[in-house]
Design a protein around this ligand. Sequence first.
Ligand code: PXP
Length: 247
Amino acid sequence: MTGKLRLGINIDHVATVRNARGSSYPDPLRAALIAEKAGADGITAHLREDRRHISDTDIEALMGGLTLPLNLEMAATAEMQEIALRHRPHAVCLVPEKREERTTEGGLDVAREENRLAHFIAPLAAAGCRVSIFIAADAPQIESAKRIGAAVVELHTGAYCDFHAEGRFEERDAELARLREMATFAAGLGLEVHAGHGLTYDTVSPIAALPEVAELNIGHFLIGEAIFRGLDPAIREMRRLMDAARA
Ligand code: PXP
Protein backbone atom coordinates (compact mmCIF):
# COMPACT_ATOMS: atom_id res chain seq x y z
CA MET A 1 0.00 0.00 0.00
CA THR A 2 1.65 3.24 -1.11
CA GLY A 3 -1.26 5.70 -1.09
CA LYS A 4 -1.01 9.22 0.22
CA LEU A 5 0.37 9.27 3.72
CA ARG A 6 -2.13 10.85 6.10
CA LEU A 7 -1.10 13.37 8.72
CA GLY A 8 -2.94 13.45 12.03
CA ILE A 9 -2.22 16.52 14.14
CA ASN A 10 -2.22 16.00 17.88
CA ILE A 11 -3.45 19.19 19.57
CA ASP A 12 -3.00 18.11 23.21
CA HIS A 13 -0.33 20.67 23.92
CA VAL A 14 -2.44 23.60 22.83
CA ALA A 15 -4.55 22.59 25.83
CA THR A 16 -1.39 22.22 27.94
CA VAL A 17 -0.54 25.88 27.33
CA ARG A 18 -4.13 26.93 28.05
CA ASN A 19 -4.25 24.92 31.26
CA ALA A 20 -0.94 26.35 32.50
CA ARG A 21 -2.87 29.53 33.30
CA GLY A 22 -6.36 28.18 33.71
CA SER A 23 -7.50 30.52 30.92
CA SER A 24 -9.86 29.85 28.03
CA TYR A 25 -7.11 30.26 25.39
CA PRO A 26 -5.37 29.02 23.31
CA ASP A 27 -8.30 26.99 22.02
CA PRO A 28 -7.56 23.45 20.74
CA LEU A 29 -10.49 23.60 18.30
CA ARG A 30 -9.07 26.75 16.72
CA ALA A 31 -5.74 24.93 16.32
CA ALA A 32 -7.54 21.97 14.75
CA LEU A 33 -9.26 24.22 12.22
CA ILE A 34 -5.91 25.80 11.29
CA ALA A 35 -4.42 22.30 10.98
CA GLU A 36 -7.16 21.35 8.56
CA LYS A 37 -6.38 24.36 6.32
CA ALA A 38 -2.68 23.51 6.49
CA GLY A 39 -3.25 20.03 5.08
CA ALA A 40 -3.91 17.77 8.06
CA ASP A 41 -6.04 14.71 7.35
CA GLY A 42 -7.17 14.16 10.91
CA ILE A 43 -7.02 15.52 14.45
CA THR A 44 -5.81 13.52 17.42
CA ALA A 45 -6.57 14.30 21.06
CA HIS A 46 -5.66 12.31 24.14
CA LEU A 47 -8.21 12.53 26.93
CA ARG A 48 -6.10 11.49 29.89
CA GLU A 49 -7.54 10.16 33.09
CA ASP A 50 -6.15 13.20 34.98
CA ARG A 51 -7.35 15.67 32.25
CA ARG A 52 -3.96 17.36 32.32
CA HIS A 53 -4.44 18.80 28.83
CA ILE A 54 -7.53 17.87 26.78
CA SER A 55 -10.79 18.16 28.73
CA ASP A 56 -14.20 16.57 28.28
CA THR A 57 -15.43 19.93 26.98
CA ASP A 58 -12.67 19.93 24.36
CA ILE A 59 -13.83 16.55 23.08
CA GLU A 60 -17.37 17.86 22.81
CA ALA A 61 -16.17 20.97 20.97
CA LEU A 62 -14.02 18.94 18.60
CA MET A 63 -16.81 16.49 17.84
CA GLY A 64 -19.18 19.38 17.14
CA GLY A 65 -16.81 21.73 15.31
CA LEU A 66 -14.50 19.55 13.23
CA THR A 67 -15.01 18.36 9.71
CA LEU A 68 -11.84 16.26 9.86
CA PRO A 69 -12.04 12.84 11.51
CA LEU A 70 -11.18 12.80 15.21
CA ASN A 71 -8.86 10.15 16.59
CA LEU A 72 -9.53 9.90 20.34
CA GLU A 73 -6.56 8.55 22.25
CA MET A 74 -7.46 7.02 25.58
CA ALA A 75 -6.64 4.37 28.14
CA ALA A 76 -8.65 1.16 28.13
CA THR A 77 -10.79 2.07 31.14
CA ALA A 78 -14.55 1.84 31.67
CA GLU A 79 -14.81 5.64 32.00
CA MET A 80 -13.10 6.21 28.64
CA GLN A 81 -15.10 3.50 26.94
CA GLU A 82 -18.31 5.21 28.03
CA ILE A 83 -17.06 8.58 26.71
CA ALA A 84 -16.02 7.06 23.37
CA LEU A 85 -19.34 5.28 22.97
CA ARG A 86 -21.17 8.54 23.69
CA HIS A 87 -19.20 10.56 21.10
CA ARG A 88 -18.42 7.84 18.54
CA PRO A 89 -15.29 9.48 17.11
CA HIS A 90 -13.95 8.24 13.78
CA ALA A 91 -11.13 6.40 15.54
CA VAL A 92 -10.16 5.34 19.04
CA CYS A 93 -6.50 4.70 19.76
CA LEU A 94 -5.81 2.74 22.93
CA VAL A 95 -2.69 3.81 24.77
CA PRO A 96 -1.16 2.78 28.08
CA GLU A 97 -1.42 5.47 30.71
CA LYS A 98 0.37 6.01 33.99
CA ARG A 99 -0.45 9.00 36.13
CA GLU A 100 3.18 9.75 36.96
CA GLU A 101 4.49 9.68 33.37
CA ARG A 102 5.20 12.89 31.46
CA THR A 103 4.06 11.36 28.17
CA THR A 104 3.00 7.94 26.87
CA GLU A 105 6.14 5.99 27.65
CA GLY A 106 5.73 2.64 25.97
CA GLY A 107 3.27 0.73 23.88
CA LEU A 108 0.26 -1.10 25.22
CA ASP A 109 1.00 -4.66 26.40
CA VAL A 110 -1.80 -6.24 24.36
CA ALA A 111 -0.29 -9.71 24.67
CA ARG A 112 -0.72 -9.61 28.47
CA GLU A 113 -4.35 -8.46 28.37
CA GLU A 114 -5.69 -10.02 25.19
CA ASN A 115 -8.94 -11.26 26.62
CA ARG A 116 -9.85 -8.07 28.45
CA LEU A 117 -8.94 -5.87 25.48
CA ALA A 118 -10.89 -8.02 23.02
CA HIS A 119 -13.99 -7.43 25.16
CA PHE A 120 -13.11 -3.77 25.59
CA ILE A 121 -12.85 -2.96 21.88
CA ALA A 122 -15.79 -5.02 20.62
CA PRO A 123 -18.47 -2.41 21.50
CA LEU A 124 -16.30 0.41 20.15
CA ALA A 125 -15.92 -1.36 16.81
CA ALA A 126 -19.64 -2.16 16.81
CA ALA A 127 -20.34 1.55 17.34
CA GLY A 128 -18.38 2.32 14.17
CA CYS A 129 -15.07 3.51 15.68
CA ARG A 130 -11.91 2.37 13.96
CA VAL A 131 -9.91 0.84 16.79
CA SER A 132 -6.19 1.37 16.83
CA ILE A 133 -3.69 0.01 19.34
CA PHE A 134 -0.52 1.90 20.19
CA ILE A 135 2.25 -0.67 20.50
CA ALA A 136 5.98 -1.17 20.31
CA ALA A 137 7.28 -2.61 17.04
CA ASP A 138 7.17 -6.14 18.35
CA ALA A 139 5.77 -9.20 16.53
CA PRO A 140 3.92 -10.81 19.50
CA GLN A 141 2.18 -7.49 20.27
CA ILE A 142 1.16 -7.08 16.64
CA GLU A 143 -0.18 -10.64 16.52
CA SER A 144 -2.18 -9.99 19.70
CA ALA A 145 -3.61 -6.77 18.26
CA LYS A 146 -4.74 -8.73 15.24
CA ARG A 147 -6.30 -11.48 17.38
CA ILE A 148 -8.33 -9.05 19.50
CA GLY A 149 -9.86 -7.57 16.35
CA ALA A 150 -8.11 -4.20 16.08
CA ALA A 151 -8.24 -2.57 12.64
CA VAL A 152 -5.08 -0.53 13.10
CA VAL A 153 -1.78 -0.67 14.95
CA GLU A 154 0.12 2.52 15.66
CA LEU A 155 3.82 1.80 16.00
CA HIS A 156 5.63 3.74 18.72
CA THR A 157 8.43 5.83 17.22
CA GLY A 158 9.54 7.30 20.58
CA ALA A 159 12.66 5.14 21.01
CA TYR A 160 13.78 5.82 17.43
CA CYS A 161 13.39 9.59 18.01
CA ASP A 162 15.10 9.51 21.40
CA PHE A 163 18.13 7.64 20.00
CA HIS A 164 18.36 10.23 17.24
CA ALA A 165 18.19 13.15 19.69
CA GLU A 166 20.88 11.54 21.87
CA GLY A 167 23.21 10.96 18.92
CA ARG A 168 23.01 7.18 19.38
CA PHE A 169 22.81 6.58 15.67
CA GLU A 170 23.52 2.84 15.59
CA GLU A 171 20.69 2.19 18.02
CA ARG A 172 18.48 4.60 16.09
CA ASP A 173 19.13 2.73 12.87
CA ALA A 174 18.48 -0.63 14.55
CA GLU A 175 15.16 0.72 15.84
CA LEU A 176 14.30 2.04 12.40
CA ALA A 177 15.03 -1.39 10.91
CA ARG A 178 12.74 -2.93 13.51
CA LEU A 179 9.97 -0.42 12.68
CA ARG A 180 10.41 -1.17 8.97
CA GLU A 181 10.23 -4.94 9.50
CA MET A 182 7.25 -4.73 11.84
CA ALA A 183 5.33 -2.36 9.55
CA THR A 184 5.65 -5.00 6.82
CA PHE A 185 4.69 -7.74 9.25
CA ALA A 186 1.58 -5.91 10.49
CA ALA A 187 0.44 -4.97 6.99
CA GLY A 188 0.91 -8.62 5.99
CA LEU A 189 -1.60 -9.59 8.70
CA GLY A 190 -4.09 -7.16 7.16
CA LEU A 191 -3.68 -4.44 9.79
CA GLU A 192 -3.54 -0.76 8.83
CA VAL A 193 -0.27 0.67 10.09
CA HIS A 194 0.15 4.08 11.69
CA ALA A 195 3.18 5.51 13.46
CA GLY A 196 3.95 8.31 15.83
CA HIS A 197 5.41 9.77 18.99
CA GLY A 198 8.28 12.21 19.20
CA LEU A 199 8.55 12.83 15.44
CA THR A 200 10.27 16.05 14.30
CA TYR A 201 11.45 17.52 11.00
CA ASP A 202 14.74 15.67 11.57
CA THR A 203 13.22 12.24 12.17
CA VAL A 204 10.05 12.12 10.09
CA SER A 205 11.44 11.26 6.65
CA PRO A 206 12.62 7.66 7.18
CA ILE A 207 9.29 6.84 8.87
CA ALA A 208 7.26 8.58 6.15
CA ALA A 209 9.19 6.54 3.58
CA LEU A 210 7.93 3.22 4.97
CA PRO A 211 5.44 2.17 2.29
CA GLU A 212 3.11 0.30 4.66
CA VAL A 213 2.62 3.28 6.96
CA ALA A 214 -0.72 4.94 6.18
CA GLU A 215 -0.79 7.68 8.82
CA LEU A 216 1.53 9.62 11.11
CA ASN A 217 0.31 11.29 14.28
CA ILE A 218 2.42 14.25 15.32
CA GLY A 219 1.88 16.82 18.05
CA HIS A 220 4.39 18.07 20.57
CA PHE A 221 7.12 19.14 18.15
CA LEU A 222 4.67 20.98 15.88
CA ILE A 223 2.96 22.88 18.67
CA GLY A 224 6.41 23.97 19.85
CA GLU A 225 7.51 24.90 16.34
CA ALA A 226 4.31 26.94 15.96
CA ILE A 227 5.71 29.38 18.55
CA PHE A 228 8.43 30.32 16.09
CA ARG A 229 6.84 30.05 12.68
CA GLY A 230 3.11 29.82 13.32
CA LEU A 231 1.00 26.68 13.31
CA ASP A 232 0.03 26.72 9.64
CA PRO A 233 3.61 27.00 8.28
CA ALA A 234 4.85 24.49 10.88
CA ILE A 235 2.35 21.89 9.67
CA ARG A 236 2.93 22.68 5.99
CA GLU A 237 6.64 22.03 6.42
CA MET A 238 5.93 18.64 8.02
CA ARG A 239 3.55 17.82 5.18
CA ARG A 240 6.22 18.79 2.64
CA LEU A 241 8.83 16.56 4.27
CA MET A 242 6.40 13.64 4.44
CA ASP A 243 5.41 13.98 0.80
CA ALA A 244 9.03 14.30 -0.30
CA ALA A 245 9.99 11.17 1.65
CA ARG A 246 7.06 9.28 0.17
CA ALA A 247 7.93 10.31 -3.38
N1 PXP B 1 0.62 8.74 18.84
C1 PXP B 1 0.26 8.39 20.09
C2 PXP B 1 -0.43 7.09 20.29
C3 PXP B 1 0.51 9.24 21.18
O1 PXP B 1 0.16 8.87 22.43
C4 PXP B 1 1.12 10.49 20.93
C5 PXP B 1 1.34 11.44 22.07
O2 PXP B 1 0.14 11.79 22.65
C6 PXP B 1 1.46 10.81 19.61
C7 PXP B 1 1.22 9.90 18.59
C8 PXP B 1 2.08 12.12 19.26
O3 PXP B 1 3.32 12.24 19.86
P1 PXP B 1 4.04 13.64 19.88
O4 PXP B 1 3.16 14.59 20.59
O5 PXP B 1 5.32 13.36 20.57
O6 PXP B 1 4.24 14.04 18.43
